[in-house]
Unconditional design. Structure first.
Length: 140
């Protein structure tokens, strides 16, 4: 670990330093995360990353999402260039959602994040519980 800028900020060795002013207009990471890291977006992208999926398959894969919220998120992800929506000329119409090449690249990053969460989720929950317990003891 080392500090940069003399301000006491600790940055691990080999970390990528984000430059520029804070704020979405200055940092492309914040803009992307605003769209991609929404409550439901990651689950939808991970599910679609398994291969083309129909609406009901995505609905089943993303636990707790309502049909309306899924529809809104699918439209937003399609607008952002992360999902392709393919309508097949059948009766009834069949619609499938799949990752775009742009999202395929993002899927690699999301898979790493999912793996990290699976490996460290218990430790994060334990740290949270320890912190909450210590805070409860400090309160009068």
């Amino acid at each position: 670990m080392r500090t940069r800028g003399g301000g006491g900020t600790v940055v691990p060795r080999g970390a990528v330093e984000v430059t520029g002013r804070p704020g979405a207009e200055a940092c492309p990471v914040m803009e992307v995360l605003h769209h991609v890291a929404g409550k439901w977006s990651i689950g939808i992208l991970v599910a679609a990353g398994r291969g083309p999926a129909r609406f009901t398959e995505l609905e089943r894969a993303v636990t707790g999402i309502s049909r309306r919220v899924l529809t809104l998120n699918l439209r937003r992800l399609e607008r952002d260039g992360l999902l392709d929506r393919t309508v097949y000329p059948t009766v009834p119409p069949r619609v499938e959602y799949s990752l775009t090449p742009l999202a395929e690249e993002l899927h690699v990053v999301l898979s790493g994040l999912v793996g990290w969460a699976e490996r460290h989720g218990t430790a994060v929950a334990a740290a949270r519980a320890d912190h909450d317990a210590a805070a409860a003891v400090r309160r009068p």
